[in-house]
Design a protein. Structure first.
Length: 216
């Protein structure tokens, strides 16, 4: 597999969908193909953006984070991440694999929080600039299954604001991802997260190779 430019691939999905596992497996695939690759995440990815991540995901004090504040914090993190890490890497021909990107904002803050979707679309594009994913993988599973996985894994950062939301919220988020895939079928591909990891990885590799064929 040969590339003339960096490929930008994002991984999306509900909580507990296995994004981290699949990102690492795809990183290995790229490295075994002698292709440069970085793995990053949102919110976060830069020292400053990681501070936004800590605030927006793990804030647990008396002063609340309002929905509008949450949305803008995600956008600020993305603006920094894109300009400091993602866009320079792509310009140098490095492939970028990202754990969440602007589709998560649409799903969580748009469909989940019920913030105006038209405004979110404008904000997403403003924060992301020219960085539009070549391929977005939505790892899909029922939120009940995903949250059960989350509850069984080792706690690294403690309290997570988004994971603690009601089940109805997580159902709306999942529905949001599926609607995004319906609206942008060329870019966004849905892969069941209920299959064994190796089977999921093989499907993802085929999707990546299809994209490479189209942009060569």
């Amino acid at each position: 597999m040969k590339l003339n430019k960096g490929l930008f691939i994002t991984f999306e999905g509900p909580e507990g969908a296995g994004k981290t596992t699949q990102l690492e497996m795809l990183r290995t695939y790229f490295e075994n193909s002698d292709l440069s690759c970085i793995v990053t995440r949102e919110p976060g990815g830069t020292p400053m953006a990681e501070q936004f991540r800590q605030l927006v995901k793990h804030h647990d004090e008396d002063e609340p984070i309002f929905n509008e504040t949450e949305l803008l914090l995600f956008a600020a993190s993305r603006a920094q991440h894109v300009r400091y890490i993602i866009f320079p890497a792509l310009q140098c021909g490095t492939n970028v694999l990202c754990d969440r990107f602007y589709d998560s904002t649409t799903a969580y803050q748009g469909y989940g929080r019920k913030i105006n979707l038209d405004f979110i679309k404008i904000l997403n594009r403003y924060a992301a600039g020219e960085c539009i994913p070549d391929l977005t993988i939505v790892l899909d599973l029922p939120p009940e299954s995903g949250l059960k996985r989350v509850s069984n894994r080792e706690v690294v950062n403690g309290y997570d604001r988004l994971e603690q939301e009601e089940m109805s919220f997580h159902r709306m988020v999942r529905n949001g991802f599926l609607k995004i895939a319906e609206q942008e079928p060329e870019r966004v591909k849905v892969v069941s997260a209920l299959a064994p990891p190796e089977e999921i990885h093989c499907k993802i590799v085929r999707l990546v190779e299809d994209v490479v064929e189209k942009i060569r």
